[in-house]
Design a binder for this molecule. Structure first.
Ligand code: ADP
Length: 346
C-alpha cells in the first residue's frame, strides 16, 4: 500500500493560540483512520487543514507526493477532489435527497444514477426519503444523506467530521460497520474525526490520539488499549485505575495485590516508585481467596457488571465480571489479577 497523504510537522494557529502543533502523520491508501481526542484537542482543525479550509503556519501536507498545503503553496479545497462530510458542508437546500446524492454523478446515465442513489439510501437506512427536501429531515437524517452524497462520488480520500454524532447508538454502530464495508470495497481512504472511542475502534485501521494539538499515539486500537505510550493515552482510552507499586525487576512491580509481571522491561532504577495500569478485565474472581476487596459500586452493563472494588489500603480497582454472578454492595469478594501486559508509569 502506498502513502496517499502525509502531514509533515504541521502547525495551525488561530490568532495567537496554537491549535495543532508539530504534528506528523502518514496515511496509506485504502486505510481508515480516526483522529480521536477530547473536545478542543485540534481534531477538526487537522481535518480542515487537510481539506484546504485552514492554512498552515508551518509544515506541509502532501497528497500523492505533491504538496497541497505549505506556507507558499495552497491548493484550494475544490481542486483537492476530496469527499467531505462536515457539519458546515450542508446539503443543497433546493435539491431533493435524490438530487443531492446524484450531484457528483452527473456523468452517469439517469438509470445508473437512480440505481446508485437507491443503493446508497438503503445503506444509510433512508430508503423512502429520496423525494424529500433537506428541511423536511432531522439533523441526523441530513447527516446520513451527506454521507451518502460523499460516498456516491467515490473520492480517493474522504474526510468526515463526527459523521455519526447526531444518531442513536444502534444506528451509529450499524452505520459504522456498513460505511467501513463500503470504504473497503472501493479502496477509499478515509480520515474521520471522533471523540467516541467505541466508534473509532469499530471503523478504523489506525487511530491518531490527539491532545492539546499534539499527536500522543498513532497506533491500532488494540495497542492503544493494551500498550498506551503515555499516561494521557492510558487514561483516555478504555477504563482503568493506577495502583502504586515498586519496581522489583525490570519486568515486575510489587504492589499490595502481589507481584505483577509483564512482557515489557522498564529501565528505571530497581526500587523506583511506579504506578501500574489495571484494566477492569485484569481483575478476576479467585477461588483461592487470599486477596479480598469490597464492592463499593456496581453498574449493570448487560453481559457484565462493572464493579468498583476497594482494597484493604483504600485503593480502588475496577472489575468487569460476567453478570450471572451478582455481588452486593458491601460484599467482600476474593479477587486475583490476571495481567498480560505490565503498563507502568513513574
Ligand atoms: P476539536 O475538533 O478537537 O474539538 P478544534 O480543532 O475544533 O478541536 O479546536 C482546537 C482549538 O482551536 C480549540 O482550543 C478551539 O477553541 C480553537 N479554535 C477552533 N476553531 C477556532 C476559530 N475559528 N477561531 C479561534 N479558535 C478556534
Amino acid at each position: 500500500m502506498s502513502t496517499l497523504l502525509e502531514l509533515e510537522s504541521i502547525r495551525c494557529t488561530y490568532q495567537r493560540s496554537i491549535a495543532v502543533n508539530d504534528l506528523s502523520l502518514c496515511v496509506r491508501e485504502g486505510n481508515i483512520v480516526c483522529l480521536l481526542g477530547p473536545s478542543g484537542s485540534g481534531k477538526s482543525t487537522i481535518l480542515r487543514a487537510i481539506a484546504g479550509l485552514e492554512p498552515l503556519t508551518s509544515g506541509q501536507i502532501l497528497l500523492n507526493n505533491e504538496i497541497i498545503s505549505s506556507q507558499t503553496i495552497f491548493l484550494p479545497p475544490e481542486k483537492r477532489k476530496m469527499g467531505m462530510v462536515f457539519q458546515d458542508y450542508a446539503l443543497f437546500p433546493h435539491l431533493t435527497v435524490h438530487e443531492n446524492i446524484c450531484f457528483g454523478m452527473r456523468k452517469l446515465s439517469k438509470f445508473k444514477r437512480k440505481q446508485k442513489s437507491e443503493e446508497l439510501l438503503a445503506v444509510v437506512g433512508m430508503d423512502n426519503f429520496s423525494e424529500r427536501y433537506p428541511h423536511e429531515l432531522s439533523g441526523g437524517q441530513q447527516q446520513r444523506i451527506a454521507l451518502a452524497r460523499a460516498l456516491a462520488i467515490k473520492p480517493k480520500l474522504i474526510l468526515m467530521d463526527e459523521p455519526f454524532s447526531n444518531l442513536d447508538i444502534e444506528l451509529r454502530e450499524r452505520l459504522s460497520h456498513d460505511v467501513r464495508n463500503i470504504l473497503k470495497a472501493h479502496n477509499m481512504t478515509c480520515i474521520m474525526v471522533t471523540h467516541d472511542q467505541a466508534e473509532a475502534f469499530v471503523i478504523s485501521d489506525k487511530v491518531a490520539v490527539i491532545n492539546h494539538g499534539k499527536l500522543q499515539q498513532w497506533d491500532t486500537s488494540y495497542n492503544l488499549y493494551h500498550d498506551p505510550v503515555n499516561r494521557f493515552v492510558a487514561e483516555f482510552i478504555g477504563q482503568g485505575v493506577f495502583l502504586p507499586g515498586v519496581l522489583q525487576t525490570p519486568e515486575s512491580v510489587q504492589t499490595e495485590v502481589g507481584l505483577i509481571c509483564g512482557d515489557r522491561a522498564y529501565d528505571w532504577p530497581l526500587g523506583s516508585k511506579v504506578e501500574v495500569l489495571i484494566r477492569p478485565d485484569d481483575v478476576k474472581l479467585s477461588r483461592a481467596g487470599n486477596l479480598f476487596a469490597t464492592v463499593i459500586n456496581k453498574s449493570f452493563k448487560g453481559s457484565e457488571i462493572l464493579y468498583t472494588l476497594e482494597l484493604p489500603t483504600g485503593y480502588k480497582l475496577l472489575s468487569a465480571l460476567p453478570s450471572h454472578s451478582d455481588h452486593n454492595l458491601g460484599e467482600s469478594i476474593p479477587i486475583k489479577l490476571d495481567l498480560h501486559h505490565l503498563i507502568a508509569f513513574q
